[in-house]
Design a protein around this ligand. Structure first.
Ligand SMILES: Cc1cc2nc3c(=O)[nH]c(=O)nc-3n(C[C@H](O)[C@H](O)[C@H](O)COP(=O)(O)OP(=O)(O)OC[C@H]3O[C@@H](n4cnc5c(N)ncnc54)[C@H](O)[C@@H]3O)c2cc1C
Length: 420
């Protein structure tokens, strides 16, 4: 059997970004605003990634200790979304009662519309419904084979940014990727209604729970806590969601476990009309792969706010490792803010590939904090500017001048950390 397939078209550009999600959109806008002809490839129908299709539409954190630490196109997108009535600016303080209070809840429709607008205004060519299938790096750049709805096509780019969330481009191009032994659980965002919590007979629920066939990490108390917040806030075990097989297994598990909980709850008299009236399009995946980069951000460096000579953005969020029965957290000391070095965005030995988003080079604990959305966006902007400079000067990504990168970032209004 001959498996050779025809390449339906060949596109060329300076910078190709794989993944139009949290980080990728801003990598593409930053690259285009830095003068690069930019193509953005996204497997879904819409932009925004986890923020839109998984409904994790509450990015954090743009401020630390009362001061703005992340700015640029990503912040512009937040302000535009808010101006269109798609969000409310939270009150910012030196020490909020809880860090989540400074996250900004965005309306998914308005935010997605703003992302499309901003990409178009910057001149980014957006190609949705298209998935990276193979990647080859050579002396001059990167060749990407993409499977679209209407056939297989090629994109030749001087530089490519891996914003797939899974380090798919780096992996397909042959670079090492790291995976934690146990990956953080996933969550399908949802909303439940059709009952009044005050009428629920907790004793009946507890009695019936004893004979229920439910996932073993669920207790009667957990179920009552779900009912109080109107959502089945379930942690689903997540193994290898970076593969088609693993991702399918995850969605199947999510639906079958949620169905069991739903059926159990509807078996209780006061909950017989309980309804799941909203689910996100995708189960939200917290963790898959990270690149092995030219440098690795460790939890110790992260929490101590170490300044790197090639720092490109700030990051502020507690270490936040979700496990099946809770969260392991560690907070920064007062006035400490973490930084991200450019070298953590470069897959080790790669010449023309950069990475942004949750898969940047970091250890498990540092990654549990660096994965949050404002950091993905800021690192996306840095990868986009770096990729554009490398393409504009025909240089490997590791050889651009740091001073040029800082200048490019400042010209798009991004905040670059300075030595304290
Ligand atoms: C349940 C949950 C709760 C969270 N809570 C918070 C929170 O409170 N605050 C916070 O700030 N962060 C939170 N996060 C973390 C944050 O949402 C993610 O880590 C972040 O959005 C990841 O951004 P990313 O750009 O790396 O990936 P994504 O936003 O997922 O983007 C990756 C994009 O690449 C596309 N893609 C993937 N593979 C390919 C391919 N082969 N070809 C083409 N396109 C491809 C995907 O479709 C997607 O659009 C949470 C995450 C989850 C799952």
């Amino acid at each position: 059997m001959n498996f050779a397939c025809e390449i339906s078209k060949e596109l060329t550009c300076d910078v190709a970004v794989i993944g139009g999600g949290t980080a990728g959109v801003f990598a593409a806008i930053a690259a285009a605003r830095t003068g690069a002809k930019t193509i953005l490839i996204e497997k879904n129908n819409i932009l925004g990634g986890t923020m839109t299709v998984a409904n994790v539409n509450f990015p954090g954190l743009f401020f630390a200790w009362g001061k703005q630490i992340i700015d640029g196109p990503c912040w512009e997108s937040i302000l535009r979304t808010i101006k269109l009535g798609g969000g409310v600016m939270p009150e910012i303080s030196f020490k909020p009662r809880h860090h989540s209070l400074e996250q900004i809840r965005l309306n998914r429709f308005v935010y997605t519309a703003v992302l499309f607008q901003m990409c178009e205004e910057a001149g980014v060519e957006i190609i949705c419904n298209s998935m990276l299938s193979a990647a080859f790096e050579n002396e001059d750049g990167v060749q990407l084979i993409i499977t679209g709805k209407d056939g297989v096509f090629a994109v030749t780019a001087k530089t490519a940014v891996d914003a797939s969330g899974d380090a798919s481009l780096a992996g397909l191009a042959g670079y090492s990727v790291l995976k934690s032994e146990t990956q953080q659980p996933a969550t399908l965002q949802n909303h439940i209604c059709g009952y009044d919590i005050n009428n629920v007979n907790v004793n009946e629920l507890q009695q019936k729970f004893k004979n229920a066939d439910l996932p073993d990490y669920i207790t009667a108390d957990v179920l009552i806590s779900y009912l109080r917040i109107n959502k089945l806030d379930m942690h689903i075990p997540c193994i290898d969601a970076d593969t088609s097989e693993g991702r399918t297994r995850l969605e199947k598990t999510t639906f079958s476990e949620m169905l069991k909980v739903y059926q159990f709850l509807r078996g209780i008299k006061e909950l017989e009309d309980l309804e799941i009236d909203f689910i996100a399009e995708e189960t939200g995946v917290r963790e898959t792969n990270r690149i092995l980069g030219e440098s690795i951000i460790t939890a110790e460096d992260y929490i101590n706010g170490v300044f790197y000579p090639d720092s490109v953005c700030y990051a502020f969020y507690p270490i936040d490792l979700h496990v099946m029965d809770g969260i392991e957290q560690e907070f920064h000391k007062e006035n400490v803010v973490a930084k991200v070095p450019y070298s953590a965005l470069i897959p080790k030995n790669s010449k023309h590939i950069l990475c942004a988003g949750r898969c940047i080079s970091s250890d498990t604990y540092a990654n549990s904090a660096l994965r949050v959305e404002a950091v993905c966006m800021a690192a996306g902007q840095a990868a986009g500017c770096g990729a554009a400079l490398a393409a504009n000067h025909n240089l490997p990504v590791a050889e651009i001048e740091y001073s040029d990168l800082c200048r490019a970032l400042k010209s798009i209004n991004a905040i670059v950390p300075s030595a304290e």
